[in-house]
Design a binder for this molecule. Structure first.
Ligand SMILES: [Fe+2]
Ligand SMILES: [Fe+2]
Length: 338
C-alpha cells in the first residue's frame, strides 16, 4: 500500500468527500457531516445487528495457469456468497481482505474492478478492508473505486484504508462502531495503530462510548497466544501468521474500547478466545480459489451484536444453510507435526 501520512489536522477536519459520493448504500445515513474516515449506516433492528463476514475470496487466483478451473471456482464462490446472504439476512457485509489475488502482469486493477462489481451487486451494504493479496499498481485509483462502488461503505480513501463504520438506529443514535483497518502485508502497523487512537479520541468527544469492534485482514500476535494458552475454542490448521505485528496493537485497541477483533488471512483457522478483555475471532474463509477447502469448508462468519448489552455471538455459516460453532471444550489442531 502507499504509505501516505495523514496529518492530525486533516484527520480531525470535517471533509465533504463523503457527501459527494455518487450514490448512497441502502440504509446509509446522509445529511450530516462526518469526518472523511467515517461512514454511517442505519440498522432497522437495533437489538440485533447482523454482520456477515466474507474473507479470503481470492478471485482470479490461478487464472494464468488454470483459467477454466479458476472461473469455475470463482463462479462457485459467487454462488456461495449469494446463498450465504440468503441464509444470514445480514444488515451489512464485511469483506476482510484478499478479495482478489495479486497483480500479475498488471492485471490487479482488472481483478479489482470485477471484484468490486460483484460485491456491489450482492444488494447489501458492504465494507472492505485490504488484504496482502489485494494488490494494484495504483492504490489511489483503488481507494476511489472502492469509495464509489455500488452499495459501498468504504471510507478509507483519505486515510489509507482505515476508517470507522458507524451503525445507528432509526433516530440516528449510535449503536456500535466497526474500526476497519488496512493491515497491508505487514499486519497492524504503526499508522493503523495511530488511526485507532486518533479515531477513538474524536468519537469519544461525542459522548458515551458504544460497542466497538475491529475488522482487518492479518491477525495480531495474541491470536497465537490465545490458542497456545488453551483459551481459544475451535480449529487451528496452520500457525498464526501475524507477519510483523508484535503484540503492541491489542493494548491500543483495548484502550480505544475495542472489545472484539474479526480477521482473516489464515484460511484453515476458525477459532476465538478472549485475552485482556478482547475477543479475537477468525473469520471463515470464503473463496474456493483460496487454499484450504480440504481442511475447513468454505463459508462465512455471522456475527450478531447486541449493542445494549455490548455482547456478540458468532457462528460459521455454510452455503447449505448449516452452521457451526465449537463446543465448550472443542479444540481441534490439524497442523502437521514435522
Ligand atoms: Fe488469503
Ligand atoms: Fe492474506
Amino acid at each position: 500500500m502507499k504509505r501516505e501520512q495523514m496529518t492530525r489536522r486533516n484527520f480531525l477536519g470535517i471533509s465533504t468527500t463523503g457527501l459527494l459520493m455518487a450514490s448512497l448504500a441502502p440504509g446509509e445515513s446522509a445529511g450530516q457531516t462526518s469526518p472523511s474516515w467515517e461512514k454511517r449506516l442505519h440498522i432497522p433492528d437495533s437489538s440485533a445487528i447482523r454482520i456477515l463476514q466474507f474473507t479470503d475470496v481470492h478471485f482470479f487466483n490461478g487464472t494464468g495457469r488454470w483459467p477454466q478451473r479458476e472461473e469455475k471456482q470463482r463462479l462457485k464462490t459467487l454462488d456461495d456468497m449469494r446463498r450465504l446472504i440468503d441464509h444470514a439476512k445480514p444488515d451489512v457485509l464485511l469483506v476482510t481482505g484478499d478479495l482478489w489475488h495479486d497483480n500479475p502482469d498488471g492485471r490487479g486493477a482488472e481483478f479489482m474492478v470485477y471484484a468490486v462489481e460483484q460485491c456491489g451487486g450482492l444488494g447489501i451494504p458492504w465494507a472492505f478492508t485490504w488484504g496482502n493479496h489485494d494488490q494494484l499498481d495504483d492504490y489511489a485509483m483503488g481507494h476511489k473505486a472502492l469509495a464509489e462502488a455500488k452499495n459501498t461503505l468504504y471510507a478509507g480513501m483519505e486515510s489509507d484504508g482505515n476508517y470507522v463504520l458507524a451503525l445507528e438506529d432509526g433516530n440516528g443514535a449510535r449503536l456500535a462502531e466497526v474500526f476497519c483497518l488496512n493491515t497491508r502485508a505487514t499486519g497492524v502497523h504503526d499508522e493503523a495503530r495511530q488511526f485507532i487512537g486518533d479515531a477513538a479520541a474524536v468519537l469519544d468527544e461525542r459522548g458515551n462510548r458504544v460497542m466497538r469492534v475491529a475488522a482487518f485482514h492479518i491477525p495480531v500476535k495474541q491470536y497465537e497466544d490465545v490458542w497456545d494458552g488453551g483459551i481459544a475454542r475451535g480449529v487451528i490448521g496452520e500457525n498464526v501468521c501475524m507477519e510483523q505485528e508484535d503484540g503492541a496493537s491489542l493494548p491500543i485497541a483495548r484502550t480505544a474500547g475495542i472489545q472484539a477483533m474479526f480477521c482473516g488471512h489464515d484460511h484453515v483457522n476458525d477459532y476465538s478466545g478472549v485475552m485482556d478483555g478482547v475477543d479475537m475471532i477468525y473469520g471463515r474463509a470464503t473463496g474456493h480459489n483460496g487454499y484450504g477447502a480440504d481442511k475447513v469448508a468454505k463459508g462465512a462468519k455471522l456475527y450478531t451484536l447486541d449493542p445494549a448489552r455490548k455482547a456478540l455471538e458468532w457462528v460459521s455459516l455454510l452455503p447449505d444453510g448449516t452452521s457451526w460453532k465449537p463446543g465448550a471444550e472443542e479444540r481441534t489442531d490439524t497442523r502437521r507435526r514435522l
